[in-house]
Design a protein around this ligand. Structure first.
Ligand code: PEP
Ligand code: MN
Length: 337
């Protein structure tokens, strides 16, 4: 960080700032300009709070130079992280497609969907067994029974499975079944949950908080990484804005921005990002064009009877068409599918 002194700062005030910097174990570098003096703090200053210096007499402002996320940043880890799940490489040259219903509703529903998405070319099966519903009266998911059905679908199709975990207490149970643990938008800043999944060695699919900045999102990834789990996948799923015509606004900008800032794989969720099934395919293609490493898509054999998110779910034949269009697009992006 650099500490910018006020124009009128006295030599004593400047010396006091230097002493405070040094007292915390950092070196101070002074630069005397014609208008004002700047104190550079040398060393990894991420643990330092801005107010330590901002409140000292004669200080105008504190400017941060380093990104506050360290383990997620490309600074010390320039090459892409590749997460490997049962033979599927995530974050490599190949595009990875995750598909399946919002929620596991029954054995036949998840098996039928699993076979359909596998045949269409999906790599991983999704399905929620513990659902974060806005209303406590809405379908809450089948719990461990749902996990058993997902595991059966994995057995039958060979597709790895991803499912959401909502609370630290559920991590041990869900870890017995899941190949990837999903953290939903509503829990992106549930720090106890991030630490709990960070203590496992199961890849974590971290969705963006619907009201979180990219920096806050990366700080959440940092919680998982610093707990010892290096396998984190980020997923842009849309944010809230003034617009009400679609369920969320999928922040396309975040995709290439994240590819610059972090080595972690970046996914996009055009199902929750739009909330409308007929917008899913075009937005999915836009996300890949922007540099996403993969997609997560909701597919239901009968969306009109779905217990959650039917309006944004693709029927299996629509998903097959989407996959066909991606097979045309992906080579033009220099990637494989
Ligand atoms: C989901 O994937 O079904 C889900 C609840 O997603 P989000 O947390 O992004 O709303
Ligand atoms: Mn959903």
């Amino acid at each position: 960080m650099i500490i910018v002194m006020k124009h009128q700062a006295t030599p004593e005030e400047i010396q006091n700032v230097v002493s405070q910097v040094e007292a915390r174990g950092y070196r101070a570098h002074l630069s005397h300009g014609t208008e004002r003096t700047i104190v550079g703090v040398i060393g990894d200053d991420r643990p330092l709070e801005d107010h330590l210096f901002e409140l000292l007499p004669g200080v105008e402002k504190v400017v941060r130079i380093l990104q506050p996320f360290k383990l997620a940043s490309r600074d010390f880890h320039p090459e892409n992280t590749v997460v490997r799940v049962r033979g599927v490489n995530i974050g490599d040259q190949g595009i990875v497609v995750i598909a399946g219903p919002c929620a596991v509703e029954s054995r036949s529903q998840i098996l039928e969907t699993a076979f359909a998405v596998k045949e269409a070319g999906a790599h991983i099966l999704r399905g929620g067994a513990y659902k974060p519903r806005t209303s406590p009266y809405a379908f809450q998911g089948l719990g461990e029974q749902g996990l058993e059905m997902l595991a059966e679908a994995r057995e039958a199709t060979g597709l790895p499975i991803i499912t959401e975990v909502m609370s630290p207490e559920d991590v041990p149970t869900i870890s017995k079944y899941a190949d990837i643990l999903q953290i939903g938008t509503r829990n992106m800043q549930n720090f106890a949950l991030l630490q709990a999944v960070g203590r496992t060695r199961i890849p974590v699919f971290l969705k963006r908080g619907m009201m979180s900045t990219v920096q806050e999102w990366l700080m959440s990834a940092e919680y998982v990484l610093i707990s010892g789990n290096e396998q984190v996948i980020l997923c842009e799923r849309g944010i809230r804005t003034f617009e009400t015509a679609t369920r969320n606004i999928l922040d396309i900008n975040a995709i290439p921005l994240l590819k610059q800032w972090t080595h972690l794989p970046v996914f996009a969720d055009p199902s929750h990002g739009t909330g409308k099934w007929d917008l899913v395919a075009p937005v999915a293609r836009a996300c890949l064009a922007a540099g996403a490493d993969g997609l997560i898509i909701e597919v239901h054999p009968c969306p009109e009877r779905a217990l959650s998110d039917g309006s944004q779910s693709l029927k299996p034949e629509r998903f097959r068409e989407l996959m066909e269009s991606l097979r045309q697009l992906v080579p033009a992006l220099g990637r494989a599918l």
